[in-house]
Ligand binder design. Structure first.
Ligand code: UT7
Length: 375
């Protein structure tokens, strides 16, 4: 996992003049602080840092990755995908790469897709990353949203194995709730450049003022989320034959402690089996589950043989849940002492190779132009 270094406490909102209190935010959400990105920290940077750590722990070369999936709703640019930027920065020469947008449920969706690639033998190693910077889209005057979100990234490396780790999974969507949580501006409907239809179009499609911000109906999302996270978790538990007392750890999307606690209660899970770090990071969207997973591992709350249930919800509306049987011993700090050095070398090499390729492309096109050669 990787989170930016800037910590913003609840009091910072009070100090900047927002009509709120630390007491309100803590009691209604469980959030005490969150991390926010700086100016030159696009989503791909967070994603690469998390992915490098995952490679280090797994002791795997970037060039051994077959596929990179970046779950994000805050990509660096509309195109190319953030995953392609990550692929280049990692030096993952053999990997295909694409972004997946299922908002906060993105990581669980991506885990599902990555596992399916391995199960169908189309890939042996899939890097699944959840990375988001929703702070970029927050309206700092909207107290109902700006206190909720934080930035970050988390990554896991999926590998083929004899014993399956992901037992069952489910994904779902209910687009009738699309208006409950959205960022409308910047897409093809509300255009940042104001283009109309075709070359003679008028600027009628420009996003109305304020539509570049995240907007949410918190109460409706709250009610739906508690119900949906519970139903999705129940489905994967039923399908994998796991009873509540066989679940060792429940890792729900970290959006609001009240949603997490209500879901756990409905599932009949005691508090000690429920992981939450929402107090430290707020809602980091697609990064929330992998960050929680990493911290649960660091805290010694996951051991080989454990059954884990992950469940998440997000804009769309979308939801996803997975039942996981943990099969892999996690070596702390990598298996070999040379791993960090090799990684540094790998990333330097990746940067050099990328620069050389760009240069080569420039030189080739200049030569072709001079010689009048068709591309
Ligand atoms: O990944 C998906 C992301 N979305 C979510 O997870 C959102 C789910 N929803 C929630 O977490 C909660 O609905 C919120 C935390 C957003 C709001 O909590 P709530 O307990 O549902 O509050 P509410 O919307 O019912 O508002 C109660 C009062 C209102 O004031 P009035 O109308 O009663 O005077 C709000 O204006 O609390 C007010 N309020 C605040 N007061 C102080 C809303 N935000 C704040 C705030 N500080 N930051």
């Amino acid at each position: 996992m990787y989170v930016p270094s800037t910590v913003v406490t609840n009091d910072a909102f009070v100090k900047m003049g927002l009509d709120t209190t630390d007491e309100w935010i803590t009691s209604r959400t469980g959030i005490e602080e969150r991390r926010l990105v700086g100016r030159d920290e696009p989503t791909s940077e967070l994603a690469v840092k998390a992915a490098r750590r995952a490679l280090q722990v797994a002791d795997v070369h970037a060039s051994d990755i077959d596929l990179i999936i970046v779950a994000t709703c805050t990509p660096d640019q509309v195109m190319p995908s953030t995953a392609s930027l990550v692929q280049d920065k990692l030096g993952a020469k053999r990997a295909g790469a694409f972004d997946l947008n299922a908002a906060c449920a993105g990581f669980a969706y991506a885990l599902n897709m990555g596992a399916a690639q391995i199960e169908s033998r189309r890939a042996k190693r899939v890097m699944v990353i959840g990375a988001d910077e929703l702070s970029i889209y927050l309206d700092w005057k909207d107290r109902g949203t700006c206190i909720l979100f934080g930035d970050g990234a988390g990554a896991v490396l999926l590998q083929s194995a004899d014993t399956p780790g992901i037992l069952t999974s489910t994904v779902g969507s209910d687009g009738s709730g699309a208006g409950l949580l959205n960022i409308r501006g910047g897409g093809s409907k509300y255009r940042v450049n104001g283009n109309g239809a075709g070359p003679n179009g008028t600027a009628k499609h420009r996003a109305p003022a304020g539509d570049q911000y995240l907007r949410m109906n918190g109460q409706q999302i709250f009610r739906w989320a508690t119900q949906m996270m519970t139903e999705a978790a129940e489905q994967v538990m039923r399908e994998s034959g796991l009873k509540p007392d066989q679940i060792d750890l429940f890792i729900p999307h970290q959006a609001n402690l009240r949603i997490i606690e209500a879901t756990a209660r409905k599932l009949g899970l005691p508090p000690e089996k429920v992981f939450s770090n929402v107090s430290n990071y707020g809602n980091t969207s697609a990064a929330s589950i992998p960050i929680a997973l990493c911290e649960a591992i660091d805290a010694g709350q996951i051991e080989v043989g454990d059954n884990i249930v992950l469940t998440s919800f997000g804009a769309g509306l979308t939801w996803s849940a997975l039942a996981v049987h943990w099969t892999q011993e996690i070596p702390t700090g990598g298996k070999s002492p040379w791993t960090p050095f090799r990684q540094q070398l790998d990333s330097r090499m990746a940067a050099v190779q990328s620069a050389l390729k760009r240069q080569e492309r420039r030189v080739r096109s200049t030569i072709d132009e001079r010689l009048g050669r068709e591309p």
